[in-house]
Write a protein that binds this ligand. Structure first.
Ligand code: 5AD
Ligand code: FES
Length: 328
């Protein structure tokens, strides 16, 4: 679809039923009915950045910070593997405690468990990404958040849009399966800019796209901004599926935070991945990117059982493979 077509559909809700059904059909035809589960470990909530929407921003003094060290990360990973996960996702704030050597050691240990490994630890240099890749990391998630350059730079003090884009192209060049995505509902974000986001995903030829509604956090500068619209976020996701039929698209936790059935609705509107939390319960509430995150009191085995039941209830199955993109 070109930009005008994307804008047309994004601004007209009368075609929503068609849009969600079409995205579901294209998902079924291209990536099938299997859902890939990725076990998410939120290993540090310490962050040097100041993203205006994010509860982990370093200016937030109201949260208790934590770091999970290597041995505990490995034991959480082993537990996830025992629960049947074929991919581990390591996510954190931008925490310089984990330097290249420490990260590479963790990567090598996890890769001994015969799983795919995804990193989601922010902007690093080309050489750092290269070291992670050589240590065995398979995938990397780095949302562009918005392709509106001036909005990007307003939302991310002291950060550069061009550097973010360069990071994504570096990751691609190094052979990572590369994931990006955007927030829907940032202040002053336009429909046109959401259309540009979708065109950017396609231009990059991203392998994974995560889309979520913005949810205001009271300890951030955006505390009084209204939350993003669940249905608009779902539309951006469905359009992404239609334009990129063979990629992996998660039903995001932020969607479920705004709609109690959000992940299932997303799985029926183009998504084929879910990323349940496998961090132990003691840390979960502290990884408060936004408020009211789901599953705060649930242990890894509970989430696994819960999501499996939900997926089966809509006639889908759980993949027993690592779930790499199969390019068509
Ligand atoms: N609401 C929704 N999503 C958020 N993220 C960060 N802060 C918020 C928020 N307030 C998303 C960003 C980031 C991902 C890990 O979480 O898109 O890339
Ligand atoms: Fe965590 Fe449902 S996925 S309890």
């Amino acid at each position: 679809m070109n930009k005008d077509e994307l804008i047309d559909i994004l601004s007209d809700n009368s075609k929503n039923d068609w849009l969600f059904k079409e995205a579901d059909r294209i998902r079924h035809e291209n990536v099938g009915d299997e859902v890939h589960l990725r076990g998410l470990i939120e290993f540090s909530n310490i962050c040097k950045r100041q993203c205006k929407y994010c509860g982990l921003r370093s200016a937030n003094k109201e949260i208790e910070r934590y770091r999970i060290l290597k041995d505990e990360i490995i034991s959480l990973s082993k537990n996830a593997v025992n629960l049947g996960y074929k991919t581990i996702v390591l996510q954190s704030g931008e925490d310089d405690y984990y330097d290249t050597d420490k990260m590479c050691e963790i990567i090598r240990e996890i890769k001994k468990l015969d799983v795919a490994l995804t990193l989601s630890i922010g902007e690093k240099t080309y050489n750092e990404y290269k070291a992670f890749r050589e240590a065995g990391a398979d995938r990397y998630l780095l949302r562009i958040e918005t392709t509106d350059e001036s909005l990007y730079e307003t939302m991310h003090p002291n950060a550069s849009y061009k550097n973010r884009v360069e990071c994504l192209y570096n990751l691609k060049e190094l052979g990572f399966e590369t994931g990006t995505g955007c927030l829907v509902g940032l202040p002053d974000q336009t429909i046109e800019s959401l259309a540009n986001d979708i065109l950017f995903f396609k231009e990059l030829d991203a392998d994974m796209i995560g889309i979520g509604p913005f949810i205001p956090h009271k300890e951030t500068p955006l505390k009084d901004v209204s939350k993003g619209d669940f249905w608009l976020a779902l539309k951006v996701m469905a359009l992404t599926r239609i334009n990129m039929p063979d990629i992996n698209i998660p039903a995001t936790t932020a969607m479920e935070t705004l709609n109690p059935n959000g992940r299932i609705i997303a799985l029926q509107s183009g998504a084929n991945v879910v990323m349940p939390n496998v961090t132990s319960t003691e840390y979960r509430a502290k990884y408060e990117i936004y408020p009211n995150k789901i599953c705060l009191g649930d242990a890894p085995e509970q989430c696994r059982g819960c999501i499996e039941g939900k997926i089966r209830s809509i006639g889908r199955t759980i993949s027993s493979e690592k779930g790499f993109r199969k390019k068509v």
